[in-house]
Write a protein that binds this ligand. Structure first.
Ligand SMILES: *Cc1c(COP(=O)(O)O)cnc(C)c1O
Length: 346
């Protein structure tokens, strides 16, 4: 990459192997179910998660949207975190397009929702109330710091869902990061989820796309919803080919991104003007803040870092989120720490 780009793992370019696979991809019309490469990606994805079927979609946002359109009718209620990507960053799509009523619960520091809060949020059968239909979890929980959610917790939420006849959906945009951090199998980690969306285009480095997995009936409904929102693609094998390489080559190397994130966190902790909590579990995201006495604000520092050929994402006046990915090497981490130390030195 020309720039050291720490803004997100979404900036990661496809690998040379992905570009070759894209050039050579066998294709067909996927709306007719005719694209062999898309079909293969959907099968491989379903198999990886131990679910019946998969559906290739344009983005994680589309994956969550078509999943929830498939699960919920208008006026149905979904229980999800107040920091959930689906609640905060998906343009209100579930409400705008599905008439789905979000019931938010506070996301805890460890990325979970309290089990008692979930139980308390489930509605009784009463003509005044919306009908609770679905619980959604996010793993890793992005806004809580990219923290992984354990299998034990997910299973406990799955148990509550089953007791009440509810559906458990998992926004697993970075589920492979969670599995790498917890050193477990993704199928095992997400066994309790009825449906799940994961992103190919973040840590897995593919240029485009996400996959939804779940039961055959659910996927049939999600496929119709995908068509409705304009997500029926044609020779999509061109991009699915990169997704197949992503699934084959990327999950097993994510621990490198996590090691680089820890390297970065430790480096930042040596800079006196930076506040960072080293006790937090780290996947591929590092959150920190500038102390009040730092001579630059976060946007000013981000601007200075551009002169070092480094792109970063400031959050508010004092916060930063740095994300590591395939194209970030240990030396890029060291360059970033050095550049920040230099710019903050008085
Ligand atoms: C990135 C992300 C998504 C989906 O985002 P797209 O940009 O639409 O692919 C969904 N949930 C979480 C937690 C994410 O981080």
């Amino acid at each position: 990459m020309k720039l050291n780009d720490f803004r997100s793992d979404t900036v990661s370019w496809p690998t040379p192997e992905m570009r070759r696979a894209m050039a050579d991809a066998e294709v067909g019309d996927d709306v007719f179910d005719d694209d062999p490469t898309v079909n293969r990606l959907q099968e491989v994805s379903a198999e990886r998660f131990g679910k019946e079927a998969g559906l290739f979609v344009a983005s994680g946002t589309m994956g969550n949207l078509v999943s929830l359109l498939a699960h919920c009718g208008r006026g149905d209620e979904i229980i999800l975190g107040d920091k959930a990507h689906t609640f905060r960053y998906e343009a209100g799509g579930i409400a705008a397009l599905g008439g789905i009523h979000p019931h938010t619960l506070p996301v805890q520091a460890d990325g979970t929702l309290r089990l008692d809060d979930i139980r308390g949020a489930i509605r009784d059968d009463n003509v005044h109330f919306p009908r609770t239909r679905c619980i959604a979890l996010e793993n890793t929980q992005n806004a809580a710091g990219g923290v992984p959610i354990t299998k034990a917790y997910t299973d406990a939420v799955g148990e509550i869902a089953r007791e009440h006849g509810l559906i458990l959906h998992m926004d697993g945009a970075r589920i492979f990061n969670a599995a790498a951090a917890l050193d477990c199998d993704v199928a095992d980690l997400t066994a309790a989820a009825d449906s799940l969306t994961f992103c190919l285009s973040k840590g897995l480095c593919a240029p485009v796309g996400s996959v939804v997995v779940g039961s055959q009936d659910f996927i049939t409904a999600a496929r119709r919803a995908r068509k409705m929102v304009g997500g029926g693609m044609r020779q999509a094998g061109i991009i699915a080919a990169a997704g197949l390489v992503a699934l084959d080559t990327m999950p097993q190397r994510l621990y490198e991104d996590h090691a680089n994130a820890r390297r970065l966190a430790k480096g930042l902790a040596t800079i006196p003007q930076i506040e960072i909590d080293l006790t937090r579990p780290i996947t591929n995201m590092v959150f920190c803040a500038l102390r009040a006495d730092a001579k630059l604000t976060a946007p000013q520092l981000a601007d200075r870092l551009k002169q070092h050929n480094i792109l970063t994402l400031s959050m508010g006046e004092r916060g930063f989120r740095f994300v590591t990915h395939y194209w970030i090497q240990p030396e890029h981490v060291d360059q970033l720490v050095k550049a920040i130390a230099e710019e903050l030195a008085s």
